[in-house]
Design a protein around this ligand. Structure first.
Ligand SMILES: Nc1ncnc2c1ncn2[C@@H]1O[C@H](COP(=O)(O)OP(=O)(O)OP(=O)(O)O)[C@@H](O)[C@H]1O
Length: 321
């Protein structure tokens, strides 16, 4: 419902008033962010807009209003699909009532091209938060949200700016082989003509099943891109996670970015108290790093190739394939 200020007009002033209201509405129509904030966002006044640094892909702003602050991200080139994926992921995590994530409010297109997302503004605290709280709450999220459609997500999304395919699949190993490792290997082959990594990677993919022997695997809701840039704490010191690439997957895949997440012993101890460690966890650890190293290779170039290739070659050696 519109919360534009309602005024009482004398009959003789009605026509002028209605043309002024039309002007206000059409001005708002040119700016869907203001329009949402001043209607469904229940604000009557935007007091200021400030840029927030930190992100690489999008522009971020804080909108201060008389109904409190809103966090807004815009992208001048990409349509709303990317932010729709982010909003669905945030909402799915929010609904688990486990770890704090910002509640998404609105996604839309910008009239000048591009798109926007409006969400709850979170005041961050100074510290990174308590590691054991983070581990416990993340495990609670994994435990709370299971899918009955298998592995995947209702929409495809992005990991960095690389597409992430989330077609529902009954079997985890098939999903991870095809839509995670296989997709990135083929991208590297197309992008860099890297047939060596494609050939070795595909050989590995065909032989990974024994790495999962004895493990109970269930489709859990994953943040999907959990590194230190996407982990924070609020002003109460409670952990907050942001900017997800959610899908339902094997919980251990959540640690694929651990090489730049800084998870320590306290984190893992607390995590495994809620989601017990499965047999073969250590054997699979590098397999889950591999997806993100391949993605970094595809996004940022050859500096990451050797990390990806040495994981593949180590597995080929250990599995004797
Ligand atoms: N809900 C929020 N409330 C307040 N600040 C936020 C919120 N979400 C993100 N931020 C801050 O805004 C900045 C940019 O956010 P974010 O990292 O989501 O942008 P992005 O461009 O999509 O990210 P990236 O380039 O890392 O994929 C970060 O510094 C982050 O701390």
């Amino acid at each position: 419902a519109s919360l534009l200020p309602r005024r009482r007009f004398l009959p003789s002033r009605r026509r002028r008033a209605s043309s002024r209201a039309t002007t206000i509405m059409s001005a708002l129509g040119d700016d869907p962010i203001r329009e949402w904030i001043l209607t469904e966002g229940k604000a009557t006044q935007i007091k200021g807009i400030r840029s927030i640094g930190g992100g690489c892909i999008n522009s971020a702003q804080r909108y201060d209003t008389d109904a409190g602050p809103f966090f807004v991200k815009t992208n001048s080139r990409i349509g709303p699909e990317m932010f729709e994926g982010e909003a669905l992921g945030l909402k799915a995590m929010y609904d688990t009532k486990s770890i704090r994530v910002p509640l998404p409010y609105k996604v839309g297109s910008l009239p000048t091209g591009g798109s926007f997302i409006i969400m709850e503004f979170i005041e961050f605290g100074r510290s990174r938060g308590d590691q054991s709280d983070l581990g416990r709450k993340l495990a609670e999220m994994h435990k709370a949200a299971k899918s009955d459609k298998g592995y995947g997500f209702p929409v495809d999304n992005t990991i960095g700016s690389t597409p992430q395919i989330n077609t529902w699949t009954d079997d985890w190993i098939e999903f991870y082989s095809k839509h995670r490792l296989g997709y990135q290997l083929e991208l590297a082959s197309r992008r860099y003509g890297d047939s060596a990594i494609l050939e070795k990677g595909q050989r590995l993919i065909k032989n990974i099943r024994p790495l999962f022997d004895g493990a109970v695997i269930e489709p859990c809701l994953l943040h999907g891109d959990l590194w230190s840039g996407n982990i924070s704490s609020d002003s109460n010191g409670d952990p907050v996670i942001l900017d997800p690439a959610c899908y339902y997957g094997h919980n251990e895949a959540e640690f694929g970015m651990s090489w730049c997440a800084g998870f320590g012993g306290d984190f893992y101890n607390a995590y495994f108290q809620v989601m017990p460690k499965q047999p073969g966890f250590e054997k699979r650890r590098d397999l889950y790093l591999l997806y993100h190293y391949l993605n970094h290779y595809n996004l940022f170039g050859s500096g990451y190739r050797s990390s990806a290739m040495s994981i593949i070659e180590d597995y080929l050696y250990v599995l004797a394939i």
